[in-house]
Design a protein around this ligand. Structure first.
Ligand SMILES: CC(C)(COP(=O)(O)OP(=O)(O)OC[C@H]1O[C@@H](n2cnc3c(N)ncnc32)[C@H](O)[C@@H]1OP(=O)(O)O)[C@@H](O)C(=O)NCCC(=O)NCCS
Length: 151
């Protein structure tokens, strides 16, 4: 019998957001925005409901959510483009290596395709080979190198 993947739920409106907050806050606290969790949470709140934003939860059989994905479209006024970017992808440590992140990402791609976007992007720490190869196995291609200098 085929293994059943997690149920993926698209969070709609502020009621849904309240239910997603425990895991979302944990994802923010352990992610690249850990120094500004409050501001990052405000950004999620303000973006939700817009065409460019997406908050997904992975549900298991129990009461606790397994994983979360948040993405929002970033405009480039210079190029006149708008590309959705995955800002947070987090799976509870006890539920990792079971396809939860893959299921969240697959749903995000499907939703954005249905909304008319031609691309989904993610920012990955430089030379994080595990994450890069996870993306590459799913058809993601390295397009840019981001260069920065401390001022
Ligand atoms: C990265 C993360 C989201 C993966 O979640 P997951 O549910 O365990 O991933 P999946 O089970 O769907 O695995 C997807 C693929 O990645 C691989 N993978 C997952 N974690 C890995 C790791 N730590 N090292 C190497 N490969 C890994 C899996 O083997 C799988 O490979 P496949 O392409 O052959 O199927 C999870 O480890 C996590 O929450 N990490 C902390 C936050 C983070 O780094 N987020 C990503 C940046 S936004």
């Amino acid at each position: 019998m085929a293994l059943k993947g997690p149920e993926i739920v698209e969070v709609q409106g502020s009621d849904g957001l309240e239910g997603a907050l425990p895991l979302l806050r944990r994802a923010l606290a352990e992610g690249p925005a850990r120094e500004r969790v409050g501001a990052a949470e405000r950004f999620v709140r303000e973006s939700l409901g817009g065409r460019g934003a997406l908050l997904l939860l992975a549900r298991g059989p129990g009461p606790v959510d397994l994983g979360v994905l948040f993405a929002a479209a970033s405009g480039n006024p210079f190029l006149g483009t708008s590309v959705p970017l995955v800002y947070a992808l987090f799976v509870r440590p006890e539920n990792r290596r079971a396809g939860v992140a893959a299921a969240l990402l697959a749903r995000a791609e499907k939703v954005y395709r249905a909304r008319g976007y031609g691309e989904l992007a993610a920012e990955v720490p430089y030379q994080d080979d595990a994450l890069i190869s996870m993306g590459e196995r799913r058809g993601y291609v390295r397009e840019r190198e981001w260069m920065a200098k401390d001022l």
